[in-house]
Design a protein around this ligand. Structure first.
Ligand SMILES: *Cc1c(COP(=O)(O)O)cnc(C)c1O
Length: 379
């Protein structure tokens, strides 16, 4: 099923059911197809789905059935994956800053693979997850990513070997390295430098290493051009061959966005069109920054949109959310071009909205509820 067919399927469902808006329709076919594409593009690379991209239970259940593993960041995500049928050995606790009691909880539920990026976290892991397998997250630049992850996590690569040896001294089992090059990463060569750094750390630590986790970052289809997944496969696997020609361990990635974004159509309703207050036409939608469109911050992620009036005369419009917070403006510096005939009550469909929307929605800020979710099944 192409993305277009999937959109038509979502639209047909919406026309028939007319659910209240905002509502996110998720087509599980697309998720299944994306995982297949990932598996074809990265043969032999374990897929740890980054659950934070979309924790919808139906998505996690589907990925369990298709044999994926999971990158989790909290006890709630662990519970969600286990409830969906995932085996604890398929979970990777990928948050470098964990509470001691959350580590203990994960361990009690059978999780045995944990990330760290500091000696302090290693001490906690040694105490609350004794003997567990641990991998070291190194910092990587997010240059080229539309949603950079910046400086929050990752040790300087040159510290990794020392930390891996410390893990060993603490009775943990150091297994490898991870990194994350930023989300919606548009440059397939961005993985090269951190893979080289990981290879250096492997050599320096003098311990047998069996895991290279190359994180997320594969893109979804927003406005503008994205290289195809095959371009990432070629660049990334070539870098691995170049820097770790004899590596016989596990290669892993943690795709989030690229598996789920294109599966989602977010139907919204226009609350108000105002074009006389200023030189700009303002269109207020019933969803905004706090209802799930958090990635419009800095106008970073520019979704494709569709309306029933597409094809007619168009003009610029500022898009804003429904709340009374002045930060709740979606696109103003670079307005959208939208049909001039749009009025209150019309729908605006936001495409490729399946990632980082429902998972980012706040609980009813200003009295506006986050989107409901409808899953279109595989049959
Ligand atoms: C968010 C996250 C991911 C997923 O990133 P995408 O760009 O959505 O693929 C993967 N790994 C880690 C550690 C993350 O925090």
């Amino acid at each position: 099923m192409t993305t277009l067919q999937s959109f038509e399927r979502a639209r047909a469902h919406l026309a028939e059911q007319t659910p209240a808006t905002p509502v996110l329709v998720l087509d599980l076919h697309v998720v299944a197809e994306r995982l297949n594409e990932f598996t074809r593009t990265f043969p032999g690379v374990t897929c740890y789905y980054a659950v934070k991209a979309n924790p919808q239970p139906e998505i996690v259940e589907l990925l369990v059935r298709q044999g994926a593993s999971f990158d989790v960041a909290s006890t709630a995500e662990i519970d969600l994956c286990l409830a969906a049928g995932a085996a604890p050995e398929t979970l990777s606790y990928g948050n470098p800053a964990k509470k001691a009691r959350d580590i203990a909880y994960a361990y009690s539920r059978g999780v045995r693979l944990f990330v760290f990026d500091s000696p302090q976290e290693l001490e906690k892991l040694a105490e609350h997850a004794p003997g567990a397998q641990v991998f070291c997250r190194i910092a990587a630049t997010s240059a080229g990513a539309l949603w950079p992850l910046g400086r929050k996590f990752g040790c300087p690569p040159e510290q990794a070997a020392t930390l891996l040896r410390k893990a060993f001294d603490l009775g943990l089992v150091p297994v490898g390295i991870s990194f994350h090059v930023g989300s919606q990463q548009l440059d397939p060569t961005s993985w090269e430098a951190p893979i080289a750094a990981a290879a250096q750390a492997f050599a320096d630590c003098g311990l047998p290493m069996r895991l290279l986790n190359m994180g997320g970052g594969l893109p979804a289809r927003y406005q503008g051009e994205q290289p195809p997944m095959s371009a990432y496969g070629e660049a990334i696997l070539a870098s691995v061959t170049r820097h770790l020609p004899d590596f016989a361990g596990e290669l892993a990635m943690e795709p989030g966005r690229c598996l789920v974004a294109d599966a989602g159509v977010l139907r919204t309703e226009i609350v108000l069109v105002s074009d006389e207050r200023s030189k700009d036409r303002w269109i207020y939608l019933d969803i905004g920054r706090f209802g799930g469109l958090a990635e419009t911050e800095g106008e970073a992620i520019r979704y494709r949109v569709s309306t029933a009036l597409d094809g007619g005369p168009e003009g610029p419009a500022v898009l804003a959310g429904p709340t009374c917070d002045s930060a709740d403006i979606l696109f103003e510096r670079a307005p959208y071009t939208l049909p001039l005939g749009l009025t209150a009550g019309d729908h605006v469909d936001i495409l490729s909205a399946g990632a980082y929307t429902t998972s980012y929605a706040s609980i009813c800020f200003n009295g506006f509820t986050p989107p409901a979710v409808i899953c279109l099944d595989l049959d």
